[in-house]
Design a protein around this ligand. Structure first.
Ligand code: NI
Length: 396
């Protein structure tokens, strides 16, 4: 163990009760995407207390803190998201959500507490840093178009050389830090398809163009794109998740609507998906004499981790926590608007394992029983601070 390691661990241990208190405060008072007024105000006030930060509110419910050292050097940005979800909490915790139907069910309460903790400790270490540390307390990760792109549009990435973000993860055991090189999280696009036939009496299908039967063919054939049309070594998901048609047992409806999602990791493959989907829809509808409307909406871009920055994260985990804590993880087809920042500078997103069956903190994210093992926050803060020292430490 190096001296730096010992110092970081010691300081984070000292701060730990405060991290827990902050996280529980956020957990008790969750706010939905784009409505994080109280959370942002709380974060702003703490940062103001720490001193040394230049604070701004680029949007109504976000906070950006800049630690400008005055010494030449790179600019490193760290990001936490702060929003909760429209879920009724089912945990019997004394700090369970006080807001009916709203819950921190993805761990963003922990993210906010971890970045706040790092901010507190780093404010005191300014004299040993160079360049600039920039902290993004981002609103609205859970709701497209997302807060990440809004912050980028507000100019928060100007001058940033490296950007790093973290997510607590219930499927990774507490103690582990998960890193992933290259494509890590998918672009979550959505589509809407209406099959327009011609309705009529269910006893006389020959007098109709049956939109339900044709929609069923469309759904089946869309899976051929995945199974027969795309390189098996590429990752893709096409899921029809909504289907609506009809009003009565004896009426063939004139139209059938379906909606769903396309998940992809590769930008070029992603670009080809609207055309691949529409070709199937058009072909099936034409074959059966129906018309259609087709709409494809792009969601967040895929999270693609830079090789150098990801290696820096891995090195910090090895040096500050120990090699046994590092886990190379597989990509996920979930989405994340951290990708917005990665359009502007090389970046890496890592997972802080928080799953612990003894504490029942291994429910999936977005589940009403989701919670975190608070001990995991300690590891997240250690990695954040280790990274800041790795990238911004003065030579001496
Ligand atoms: Ni999340």
């Amino acid at each position: 163990m190096t001296a730096l390691t010992d110092r970081i661990q010691e300081k984070v241990d000292w701060l730990f009760p405060q991290l827990v208190a902050w996280r529980r405060h956020f957990h008790e008072h969750p706010e939905l995407s784009f409505q994080e007024q109280e959370t942002a105000a709380f974060v702003y006030d703490r940062l103001a207390d720490f001193g040394g930060y230049e604070l701004s509110r680029p949007t109504e419910t976000s906070v950006v803190a800049r630690l400008i050292t005055g010494r030449p050097g790179p600019t490193l940005a760290l990001r936490a998201d702060m929003d909760a979800l429209p879920i009724q909490e089912e945990n019997a915790l004394d700090f369970a959500s006080k807001i009916p139907g709203v819950m921190h069910a993805c761990g963003h309460d922990g993210h906010t507490a971890m970045l706040l903790g790092a901010a507190k400790l780093l404010a005191e270490q300014r004299s040993s840093l160079r360049g600039e540390l920039r902290l993004f307390f981002q609103h609205a990760e859970e709701l497209f178009p997302g807060g990440g792109q809004q912050l980028v549009d507000a100019g928060v990435m100007e001058g940033v050389d490296t950007v790093v973000g973290a997510h607590l993860g219930s499927s990774l055991p507490t103690g582990k830090i998960g890193v992933c090189l290259g494509a890590m999280m998918a672009a979550p696009d959505t589509f809407s398809i209406t099959v327009v036939g011609s309705g009529g009496h269910a006893a006389h299908p020959n007098q109709t163009v049956d939109s339900v039967a044709i929609a069923a063919q469309v759904i089946t054939n869309l899976q051929h794109i995945v199974a027969r049309n795309i390189d098996p070594l590429d990752s893709i998901v096409v899921s029809v998740t909504q289907l609506q048609a009809g009003t009565a047992d004896n009426v063939i409806p004139g139209s059938a609507w379906m909606g769903g999602t396309v998940r992809s990791l590769d930008p070029a493959l992603r670009d080809s998906m609207p055309q691949r989907l529409e070709r199937v829809v058009r072909g099936i509808c034409e074959a059966h004499g129906a018309h259609y409307s087709f709409e494809y909406r792009r969601g967040y871009r895929p999270v693609i981790n830079d090789a150098t920055v990801t290696e820096w994260v891995a090195e910090v985990v090895r040096s500050e926590l120990g090699g046994e804590h590092l886990e190379v993880i597989r990509p996920s087809m979930g989405g994340e608007d951290f990708s917005a920042y990665q359009q502007k500078a090389p970046g890496s997103f890592f997972i802080v394992g928080s799953g612990n069956p003894d504490l029942e903190s291994d429910f999936p994210h977005h589940h009403p029983r989701f919670t975190i093992d608070e001990a995991a926050m300690r590891n997240g803060v250690v990695v954040f601070i280790g990274l800041v020292h790795k990238i911004l430490a003065t030579a001496s």
